[in-house]
Design a protein around this ligand. Sequence first.
Ligand code: ATP
Ligand SMILES: O=C(O)C[C@@H](O)[C@H](O)C(=O)CO
Length: 336
Amino acid sequence: MAYVTFPADKPADFVAIGRLCIDLNANEINRPMEETVSFTKYVGGSPANICIGMSRFGMKCDFIGKVADDQMGRFITGYLQRNGIETSHLAVDKTGAVTGLAFTEIKSPTDCSILMYRDNVADLKLQPDEVSESAIAGAKLLLISGTALAQSPSREAVMQALNYAKKHGVVVAFDVDYRPYTWKSAEETAVYYNLAAEKCDIIIGTREEFDMMERFEANPEKDDRITAAKWFDYDAKIVIIKHGKEGSIAYTKDGSSHRARSFPAKVIKTFGAGDSYAAGFLYGLMKGWTIEKSMEFGSAAACIVISSHSCSDAMPTVAQVEDYIARSNRGEITAS
Ligand SMILES: Nc1ncnc2c1ncn2[C@@H]1O[C@H](COP(=O)(O)OP(=O)(O)OP(=O)(O)O)[C@@H](O)[C@H]1O
Ligand SMILES: O=C(O)C[C@@H](O)[C@H](O)C(=O)CO
């Protein structure tokens, strides 16, 4: 059963809007940041990672965002281009804003953190009039990501993108992607996340992210079913709640639920799991697969990324994900 119907006659498959930044991932893993001396530079930011993932899967992708007018901004644009992503809808900041940096600390496979440098970043300066209506009208699926709602004018740019998507019958997916930095308060976060989520067809978040959105509501048991049910009174058709290694659960508007286990993985670091899961799941859905098969594909894509050093660069191809599922089913992959 198709829970979401994607428009057929569009020149592009997928357009994402929001954060583009740099990940500097520690080369010396299993060490605190204080003792780390070298890092490898990658393109980062959740929506950028998801877009790169979709492109690796063979989807025709476009990105709407803003980069700094510096070497880092040009590195990001070039990387997207080399990955086959349309970059003509990227604005270039002219106010002296910088590229956001995410230094990753990998103390152990389960103890990872991100040290952010996000003052005066270009991605949050995207203006509503820099959001291309034709880019959104020309895609089957728009992905928005929560961090872009943290500040104006990026917040209004995302709301504008949602308006264009509604006007042109584009399916909207929302990855909650809650990162505490750049938000001023938990109340502000909940207000804007809820405003955006009301307009989305597919909502994907972790249990903790939905807890944060439910700040003004009663769900004392943190019941996933109660969390999901609210959104079916708005535009949602699918709500996915992720539980890390415990897997994920999708609720659909018809009242059914669909569970996905996680696969074993030799984990290097856990960040990037959510982005690769989202890319894999959305790819499956766009291919017309069942919810279960799409979730399984996303879960296996996540394992490939968390077993690798980077997020963006490690995004797998379809063949790599299929191979991971097959090897796991044959018992050839064990957890770390
Ligand atoms: N340790 C793990 N082993 C195997 N699979 C995992 C592990 N951690 C996460 N996953 C897979 O990735 C999916 C998404 O992970 P998670 O719930 O941690 O999302 P997230 O918190 O958004 O990720 P991120 O750390 O990128 O922000 C899970 O549903 C699961 O399939
Ligand atoms: O912006 C961040 O929070 C870090 C990212 O750059 C990183 O690539 C990521 O989001 C992984 O999920």
